[in-house]
Design a protein around this ligand. Structure first.
Ligand SMILES: Nc1ncnc2c1ncn2[C@@H]1O[C@H](COP(=O)(O)OP(=O)(O)OP(=O)(O)O)[C@@H](O)[C@H]1O
Ligand SMILES: [Mg+2]
Length: 339
């Protein structure tokens, strides 16, 4: 079995840089369907001037409050910023968080007809109180668990409609209830029948249901959890793990994201490509995994081979981790990196 420890794309030649540029130039308008658990991240920022007289807790004087899409919603943001024509399939409650998400997606020109409203569920919202740059507390509101029969039926109809027009599908599974067995089976079989790539940001508990996808993109700890193994260190162990995931899922590829160590792409016939991170400064790594699956899948939709898509997604992640907050990148920034 051949194993490539480094890849020729690591130091791209002029011709390879041109190929990368050509792929980026094809990002605009590619139709990508995002199916998954939509969330809203709320940040309440302020200063602490005293301890409360009511309980031994700081009193935060709020100076700033922001909302940004999280989970599958962050994938929507990343894709929109990269130039894709995004369609969204998911579930929100009939609440402020749901309305904010829909408004945000619409402002990014995403197609939201496939977002189902379910009055019986609360939109997942994570509220972080950040005092003097320190997170003081986080409180979550959400309804998890399987969807009602009615919502699932509407979701499956939205999925069928969305896939029919898509050039690629991303399943962003945060285990909140949208990605169930029926939806997975339908999404994978329809995408395969249409010959379009389908990628999954996996929830280890659902792992075996992802059989036959184009790619799963676990981070290292999720990769171990997917195979129900205790994490082990060492590159040879990671390579064996990636190959086992590939074999178990019979997928076209596996992309393990490895935080500061970059990522490793596994393809059939034992081919492994290790791609080191390109990040020189790191400010905020949250959401980097969403950036990876967005850029990777968009590159596949643009016709790139797997290794080139991985290199592009690694570059995109390297750009966003150097920005403050859950950030995104765009084709211009990405293209600049390969000049
Ligand atoms: N500390 C870091 N230093 C350099 N690059 C990083 C760092 N963390 C992440 N990256 C880049 O971002 C990519 C994805 O990050 P990571 O493996 O942490 O995904 P993740 O755990 O799914 O992230 P999240 O769940 O927060 O979205 C990596 O492959 C790497 O290119
Ligand atoms: Mg992740």
């Amino acid at each position: 079995m051949k194993c490539y420890d480094t890849d020729p794309l690591m130091t791209p030649t002029r011709v390879e840089r041109q190929e990368l540029q050509r792929t980026i130039a094809r990002f605009r308008g590619r139709r990508v369907l995002v199916v998954g658990d939509l969330m809203l991240d709320q940040y309440i920022r302020g200063a602490v001037s005293r301890i409360s007289p009511e309980a031994p807790v700081p009193v935060v004087r709020v100076t700033n409050e922001t909302y940004i899409p999280g989970g599958a919603g962050n994938v929507v943001s990343n894709l929109a910023s990269l130039g894709a024509a995004v369609s969204v399939v998911g579930v929100v409650g009939e609440d402020d968080a749901g309305r904010r998400l829909l408004e945000d997606f619409k402002s990014k020109n995403a197609y939201v007809q496939g977002v189902c409203l379910d009055a019986q569920r609360q939109t997942t919202q994570k509220c972080r109180v950040v005092a003097e740059r320190q997170q003081a507390v986080r409180y979550d509101r959400e309804t998890t668990g399987p969807l009602s029969h009615l919502t699932e039926t509407r979701l499956l109809a939205a999925l069928a409609d969305g896939i029919a027009k898509a050039e690629a599908v991303i399943l962003s599974d945060y285990g909140k209830g949208v990605i169930g067995p029926k939806l997975l089976a339908r999404a994978i079989s329809t995408a395969r029948r249409r010959g379009i790539p389908v990628t999954v940001d996996p929830k280890p508990e659902h792992f075996r249901k992802y059989k036959g996808v184009t790619c799963v993109t676990p981070n290292t700890s999720e990769a171990w959890a997917c195979m129900r193994r205790e994490p082990q260190s060492g590159l040879d162990r990671l390579v064996a793990l990636g190959r086992d995931i590939l074999k178990t899922l019979n997928s076209r590829s596996v992309l393990i994201t490895r935080g500061p160590d970059g990522m490793s792409l596994f393809e059939p016939h034992g081919k492994v490509t290790h791609i080191p991170t390109v990040a020189r400064e790191v400010f905020d790594v949250s959401g980097a995994g969403d950036t990876v699956i967005s850029a990777f899948t968009l590159a596949l939709a643009a016709g790139a081979p797997l290794a080139r898509a991985a290199v592009l997604s690694n570059q995109a992640a390297g750009i966003v981790v150097a920005k403050l907050g859950t950030a995104t990148t765009d084709p211009r920034e990405l293209a600049e990196a390969f000049r």
